[in-house]
Design a protein around this ligand. Sequence first.
Ligand SMILES: Nc1ncnc2c1ncn2[C@@H]1O[C@H](COP(=O)(O)OP(=O)(O)OP(=O)(O)O)[C@@H](O)[C@H]1O
Ligand SMILES: O=C(O)[C@H](O)COP(=O)(O)O
Length: 404
Amino acid sequence: MAPFKTLDDLPADARVLARLDLNSPIEEGRPRDNRRFTRHAATVRELAERGHPVVCLAHQGRPGNDDFVSLKGHAELLASHVGREVAFVADTHGAAAHEAIEALGPGEILLLENVRMSDDELPEADPETKAETEFVRSLAPYFDAYVNDAYSAAHRAHASLVGFPRVLPAYAGRVMEAEYEANTAIATREFDGQVTMIIGGTKATDVIDVMDALEGKVDRFLLGGVAGELFLRAAGYPVGHDLKWMDLFDDQWERTHETVETLLEERGDEIELAVDLAYEDETGDRTEIDVDDVEEKTTAYLDVGSATVDAYEPVIRDSAAVFLKGALGVFEDERFADGTVGVLETIADTDCFSVIGGGDTSRAIGLYGLDEGDFSHVSIAGGAYIRALTGEPLPAVEELQRDA
Ligand SMILES: Nc1ncnc2c1ncn2[C@@H]1O[C@H](COP(=O)(O)OP(=O)(O)OP(=O)(O)O)[C@@H](O)[C@H]1O
Ligand SMILES: O=C(O)[C@H](O)COP(=O)(O)O
């Protein structure tokens, strides 16, 4: 049985309130185009084509941050992906929002203002409390159904995510369905062969917790990125040098070294570390060094080296399932993309079940001309993906399940 109701269960003609996650990098006040728009556009298009009036909710940034902006630009970008007009009203739940909702006809789409501009949205609280906020109470009567498509925000107990499903019949959108299924696969599916997890990126503390939590679920871990260097440091190599303007290594080392040391000691045979690393030499070129030749902690390493990619390749080819979280290097700079692109190319070339996680990391697929169709699932979730992997509950998903 599906763990929640989906769009297949949605009554015809229902007036729909749909929560999307369009949270994006902001450039000159406007959202940078990314997978979240393409994916949610498909759900919104399906709803509009079926003749539902569709009112969308989404957030952007947090109050006080530079990326806390209006959703006007998001409405335009969403419209270009849906292929239909998306109206926008600069109001979250006041009179202007009510008027625009009432004027909406079948198949028409409206995006309301950044939900985090309402004081009721953010403070985390239990669903009953969120359902009693003015935001939820004033908007809910305009709708027959609530659709949550925002898997990537499902770890937040905010009003638009846990309040509405208490007062409206609640359904999972297509993105919610697909993300839930792929991201829980590591815990829920039995694979006929080796399960491998490739760990990288900058959020070492988070991914190390994932490694700890996945005992017995994953056979091999292949490491790179910041987490990889912390493991190398624990193994006695003088790596993990912080550039002056970044504090990626020392702070996370303080927080994680005990877990890292225990993991290496108790489950070292599951863990593969880089055998070489790449850095920028005096002339600005990429140079590689064997980890055994690193003498002092004075160089910032920005990628794993080519011998590491070669060593990881047969492990990936031998796997029935591969989950990736975080990049193996600073792939945004072409000189340091080889590690990330190398493992992605190998995964793409195999028939294994594969999930590519991490909003930043999945950008490498488009940047380096890989085909998204060569992976089982490319996730648009960051924090929610991590929480699903560590077995932490996702409050917004729990509300959908409760309503089912
Ligand atoms: N050795 C390294 N030094 C510095 N940055 C690195 C290194 N290796 C990888 N990165 C950076 O890691 C980033 C990707 O991982 P990160 O943990 O930030 O996010 P993610 O897992 O892709 O996604 P999300 O932000 O959605 O959680 C890339 O932007 C890449 O530049
Ligand atoms: O972008 C994300 O990861 C989600 O939209 C959650 O955003 P938040 O971390 O600002 O709550």
